[in-house]
Design a protein around this ligand. Structure first.
Ligand code: ADP
Ligand code: MG
Length: 644
């Protein structure tokens, strides 16, 4: 006797239903998407018992004719797709005709609907997919679907459900994603009688973000947009100052559909390389518009994954949109003072809670969501009157490092290959360096001598504190700058922009450095790139290299430590000629070439750094730390109780 059975349609339906309806959150998502497809302007979703006992979604969309009200629960019943040609360009959220059939198969369902412009509504009752009643019913135009006792007939699935609280949280997360993707629709979510959120539906993504994600998130976001080759990107990305510990604040949409996409995630995160600390993630709400034919949404029954026809183009579009927003960010970090001051500045409301439309409009600060490059208005700041950096070449006069001979070379003890241990690099010269500022005897530089009265551009250099921080005044703000970090960034950017070989300095006495065989191989493989940066490094015997030249701005005393660090950077990614590895090398060179904390610096150099920071060209060090903090007069006045 044959061992193979043909499953009954009932079992086959239950299996198929399981793919679409995994948990209450899937029901919420499908019902919201149906309401969007129906052209609704207002949707209310309500859940009880974590969505397991009761889900109701009401919309004011197109509604259904009486003859469709029963039909819509059949498998593969859809008004959104006619034939296979339609699959090539899907412009609706749904198209598979599966959701209502699947939901009805595993619950007790009630549909009330009235087609727009018709007089009579219809009510349909179903139990485990079977219609028990269908009758005319008076009701408003639009559709209401009630789903009770989810999985009552599939105990196996029921066992996998989490607590009501967890299921409700999943429902809220899904509903929020759906609502964020449709700023033109007002969505309200109610849980056990309490309103969880409400989006105003005014078509503005910024308002939608403000009401759904809260004020704090909204005010950190920078607008980003681009349109090229049929791909339009619009939305917001987080300020690099506001990195998060995970990716829960990243939202992606494709033609209004909330999607998960590692491609888009990578594109956004790539734009923050060198501005966001490792392990921190940017927030973003990014929407893509592209022709329906350029994306395949039919990859998975839940339709949360999509396939782009040209992934590279999509990646680039998102990457450059995010990058221009990040680069346009021109605000320096603001300092936090005492807890009292912080409390005064803190938002008074819990903005995660629902705001009514009028409350919400009244509360929206003008700069809640800023356009890229537009700094928040500050009292006393003239609207125009930008700063123009001083012209002329900058000469970075650095004091010779201890241990460097007059000729800028390192004299090595004969016989012992030089291998710098971390300790060999003085603490104040490593990154991060500020906290390690050392107490050298007072210097005679202008900065060390006191105030520099000359106003410079639109700021005034006050001087240098602890040989580590630059103090400057601009308008009604005091700016504190980490001089090493800022200068490191300036050099890093310059190195990155450079398209020809850098100036090199030949060491009077070449430095020999013992390395592992694979480190030597890495240096060999990257030889050309390193030469462009000013390094001349040759193999020397089986286990050593000889360093003959270094980039012009670096210290000969750092030669060995620098090359070791470069080996580490090149080895890290297993891609020695890859961009990441070269960025790492540039970090090393920039760090070594930058002026150091713990040593006094000429006023001219300090002025140049402040000029770059004030002009918004230098915001983060290459490791992602902010280079400057500002302290406003208002904050100080509060500290001193001049104002309350
Ligand atoms: P799909 O959305 O993939 O077409 P569904 O099973 O979700 O499949 O819905 C089946 C059909 O029922 C839809 O194509 C649509 O015609 C109709 N429908 C479902 N929900 C609504 C609604 N809220 N308003 C109007 N029509 C609806
Ligand atoms: Mg649907």
């Amino acid at each position: 006797m044959s061992e193979i059975n043909i499953l009954s349609p009932h079992v086959a339906d239950l299996i198929a239903a399981g793919e679409v309806v995994e948990r209450p959150a899937s029901v919420i998502k499908e019902l919201l998407e149906n309401a969007f497809d129906a052209g609704a302007g207002n949707i209310t979703a309500e859940l009880r018992g974590g969505g397991m006992t009761y889900i109701r979604v009401t919309d004011d969309g197109c509604g259904m004719l009486p003859e469709d009200a029963g039909l819509c629960f059949m498998r593969h019943a859809t008004s959104k797709l006619r034939d296979e040609r339609g699959l090539e360009g899907i412009g609706t959220m749904g198209f598979r005709g599966e959701a209502l059939a699947a939901i009805a198969a595993v619950s007790r369902t009630e549909l009330t609907t009235r087609k727009k412009g018709t007089q009579q509504g219809t009510r349909v009752l179903l139990e485990a997919g079977e219609i028990s009643e269908i009758a005319p019913r008076g009701c408003p135009e639009g559709t209401t679907l009630i789903v009770r006792d989810l999985f009552f007939n599939t105990p196996a699935r029921l066992k996998f459900m989490k607590t009501d609280k967890a299921e409700a949280a999943a429902c809220a997360a899904v509903a929020l994603r759906c609502a964020l993707g449709r700023p033109e629709v007002s969505v309200r979510l109610i849980k056990d009688g309490e309103e969880l959120f409400f989006s105003p539906g005014d078509g503005q993504l910024s308002s939608c973000i403000y009401s759904l994600l809260g004020r704090d998130t909204a005010k950190e976001l920078l607008a980003c947009a681009s349109e090229d080759e049929g791909i339009a990107v619009s939305g917001f990305v987080g300020s690099p100052r506001a990195g998060h510990g995970n990716r829960t604040k990243q939202f992606f949409f494709c033609n209004g559909r909330s999607i998960k996409s590692q491609l888009l995630q990578a594109a956004v995160e790539q734009a923050y390389r060198n501005t966001l600390l490792t392990g921190r993630y940017p927030a973003c709400v990014i929407g893509l518009r592209l022709s329906f034919g350029a994306v395949d949404v039919n990859v998975h029954p839940a339709k949360t994954e999509v396939k782009f026809r040209d992934e590279k183009k999509v990646f680039d579009a998102v990457y450059y949109a995010a990058l221009s927003a990040v680069e346009g960010e021109s605000r320096t970090a603001e300092i936090s003072l005492s807890p009292a001051t912080r409390a005064a500045a803190a938002p008074k409301k819990d903005f995660y809670k629902t705001l009514r439309a009028d409350e919400f409009r009244a509360g929206l600060p003008q700069n809640a969501v800023r356009a890229p490059g537009v700094a928040p208005p500050r009292a006393g700041t003239p609207a125009s009157g930008g700063f123009s950096a001083e012209k002329g070449t900058v000469v970075w006069n650095r004091a010779p490092a201890p241990g460097a001979s007059a000729g800028g070379t390192l004299v090595r003890e004969s016989g012992t290959p030089y291998r710098a241990s971390p300790r060999a690099v003085p603490a104040e010269e490593r990154c991060p360096s500020p906290e390690a500022a050392q107490t050298e005897p007072a210097e005679t530089s202008a900065a060390a001598q006191g105030l520099i009265p000359e106003p410079h551009g639109n700021f005034r250099l006050i001087g240098e504190a602890m040989k580590t921080y630059i103090l400057a005044e601009k308008d009604d703000s005091l700016i504190l700058i980490d001089k090493h970090a800022a200068h490191e960034r300036m050099i890093f950017d310059r190195l990155k922009k450079q398209d020809r070989a850098l100036m090199s300095q030949t060491l009077l006495v070449p430095v020999t450095l013992r390395l592992l065989a694979d480190e030597i191989a890495l240096l060999e493989r990257s030889r050309e790139a390193l030469e462009d940066l000013g390094f001349e490094i040759e193999p020397f015997g089986a286990d050593s290299v000889v360093i003959r030249s270094l980039p012009a701005d670096t210290d000969a005393a750092d030669a060995a430590a620098m090359v070791e660090e470069i080996c580490e950077q090149l080895g890290k990614n297993g891609a020695p000629s890859g961009k990441d590895a070269l960025d790492g090398v540039l970090h090393t060179v920039a760090c070594k070439a930058a002026i150091r904390a713990g040593r006094s610096t000429e006023a001219g150099e300090l002025n140049q750094i402040v000029a770059e920071v004030v002009a918004g060209r230098v915001k983060y060090c290459p490791h992602g730390r902010p280079v400057a903090v500002t302290l406003t007069k208002k904050q100080l006045d509060k500290e001193f109780s001049r104002i309350v």
